[in-house]
Design a protein. Structure first.
Length: 131
């Protein structure tokens, strides 16, 4: 008997805004929405696909009444695939992200950011081909 990691749920005040932000960040699309919930992903999950192999999880944004109060205990890391880390940080700032300090110090090779609702995430080293 086993389980699959199928979705990561993010509590938020405005699921539509966060879903739109993360769709732009990761080139995902909305795959389901209902009252107070928006699910995004790079694929549309089917039971057959999930049973056959581990597939990339989707992100599910669920509306809750309270705002974020403390540092996340779980966060996403993203790696640019077609530009530098610095260029990606600039792009994400333009989408509404902010740089944030969670005590990471200045000697690091990643950038800590926050989405429009303050959820921390990291931009890691680029995976773009180096010339």
């Amino acid at each position: 008997m086993t389980s699959r990691f199928t979705e990561l749920v993010v509590d938020c005040r405005d699921p539509e805004v966060l879903a739109a932000f993360w769709c732009e960040v990761m080139d995902f699309r909305v795959i389901d929405r209902s009252e107070g919930k928006v699910e995004i992903g790079s694929w549309v999950p089917t039971v057959e696909d999930v049973r056959a192999r581990q597939m990339p999880p989707t992100l599910l944004f669920v509306q809750v009444p309270e705002g974020k109060a403390v540092k996340n205990r779980l966060h996403l890391d993203v790696s640019p695939i077609d530009g530098s880390t610095e260029d990606e940080v600039t792009r994400l700032l333009g989408l509404g992200a902010t740089k944030t300090d969670v005590g990471q110090g200045s000697d690091r090779n990643w950038v800590v950011m926050a989405d429009p609702e303050g959820n921390e995430f990291c931009v890691l080293r680029t995976l773009a081909p180096q010339n």
